[in-house]
Design a protein around this ligand. Structure first.
Ligand SMILES: CC(C)(COP(=O)(O)OP(=O)(O)OC[C@H]1O[C@@H](n2cnc3c(N)ncnc32)[C@H](O)[C@@H]1OP(=O)(O)O)[C@@H](O)C(=O)NCCC(=O)NCCS
Length: 329
């Protein structure tokens, strides 16, 4: 029997510590007015230094299991989208597997696609389920960006935040509900628009590089902005066309929460009014791969999604890597 993957539970891990725009005014030459007008962000969360990425990811994953009524020990595959793992290796997913008590001997690995990490993970999970390789796949988007941000660089430090979100997918007989399609894209021409230049094999960290603050995120914001609007809109249209849908069929759009103005640009290009976009950017800033699953979980919790609703998801980030998905809830 043909199988379809369906999201049966969502969860999130949100660090309690808030960092407001007013707090940032005391750290760099910026203002609440500038940040709010240019980005829509009012505050973001910062994880306690005693905790690591897998701790927050595990919180989200356990919440997703609970929401689904599924025993963590029966989850046979864990995919973590992150660029801020606990350690360079092994995969953060292996720590999550142990901490959440998932099935030892199942699969656990990370996906590196920056802000598109959750949708890349969702696409891999969907493929596994459709061909019957795994039955219960936990897809997590998690970032502790506060650890790789230059807190003296106003061009980047005002934008990002920490967080985790998770979605549990199970195999269902092919029916109306579930993941309808996923589309993944990348263009390595633009690797240098948004990256962490040093600390890998190309430029291992040295005292000189650390003094030059090359271990931190560097970004050409203006260029990334243009690509984000154009590519998320195009990927969204591809998702709709593939499924014979039009913009009027979409109940909710989950677009990567990077900048409210980017989301407004996508809304205009795809022809879907902004009130059908789920927004939480003002409370969390850009949490990269965690942005979409956190938004999804908040929408579920708020009772916004009805069975049969058409959801459109899209994200773009470093790589550049971008993606879209269509889901019948
Ligand atoms: C970063 C971003 C908010 C900047 O907004 P913008 O409208 O493009 O602003 P600009 O880059 O044109 O900068 C305008 C001015 O504000 C200044 N500025 C930058 N950051 C600032 C801050 N935090 N506070 C105050 N001023 C700031 C710049 O130095 C520049 O000054 P100048 O004109 O004297 O050189 C916007 O480009 C953006 O969101 N890009 C996408 C970033 C992103 O989402 N990346 C991740 C994608 S996954």
């Amino acid at each position: 029997m043909a199988l379809r993957s369906r999201i049966v539970g969502t969860g999130r891990g949100i660090p309690p510590r808030r960092l407001t725009n007013a707090d940032l005014e005391k750290m760099v030459d910026t203002s609440d007015a500038w940040i709010t007008e240019r980005t829509g962000i009012r505050e973001r969360r910062v994880l306690d230094p005693s905790l690591a990425t897998s701790d927050l990811a595990t919180e989200a994953a356990l919440a997703a299991c609970k929401a689904a009524g599924v025993e963590p020990s029966t989850v046979d595959c864990i995919i973590v989208g992150t660029v801020t793992g606990d350690v360079p290796f092994p995969a953060t997913a292996t720590y999550v597997q142990r901490k959440m008590g998932a099935a030892a001997g199942g699969a656990a690995f990370d996906v590196s696609a920056a802000c598109a990490g959750f949708l890349y993970g969702l696409s891999v999970a969907d493929g596994f389920i459709v061909r019957g390789q795994f039955k219960r796949v936990m897809v997590i988007g998690v970032e502790i960006l506060s650890r790789i941000i230059d807190w003296t660089d106003r061009n980047t430090c005002v934008l990002f935040g920490d967080g985790a979100g998770a979605a549990l997918l199970t195999a269902e007989p092919e029916g109306m509900r579930g993941v309808l399609s996923t589309h993944l894209f990348a263009d390595g021409t633009f690797t240098d628009l948004l990256h962490q230049p040093c600390g890998g094999t190309r430029a291992p960290l040295t005292p000189e590089l650390i003094a030059a603050r090359q271990q931190y995120v560097k970004m050409n914001g203006r260029e990334v902005f243009k690509h984000a609007v154009r590519n998320m809109a195009a990927a969204s249209k591809t998702a709709l066309d593939t499924n014979g849908l039009t913009s009027t069929d979409v109940n909710w759009v989950f677009a990567h929460q990077a900048n409210l103005r980017i989301i407004e640009g996508v809304a205009e290009r795809v022809g879907i009014s902004l009130d059908r976009f789920f927004l939480n950017i003002e409370r969390y800033g850009n949490t990269s791969s965690a942005s979409l699953p956190i938004a999804l979980d908040e929408a579920v919790e708020g009772g916004k999604l009805k069975a049969g609703d058409i959801l459109l998801l899209t994200a773009l980030g470093g790589g550049l890597a971008w993606a879209s998905a269509a889901v019948r809830w």
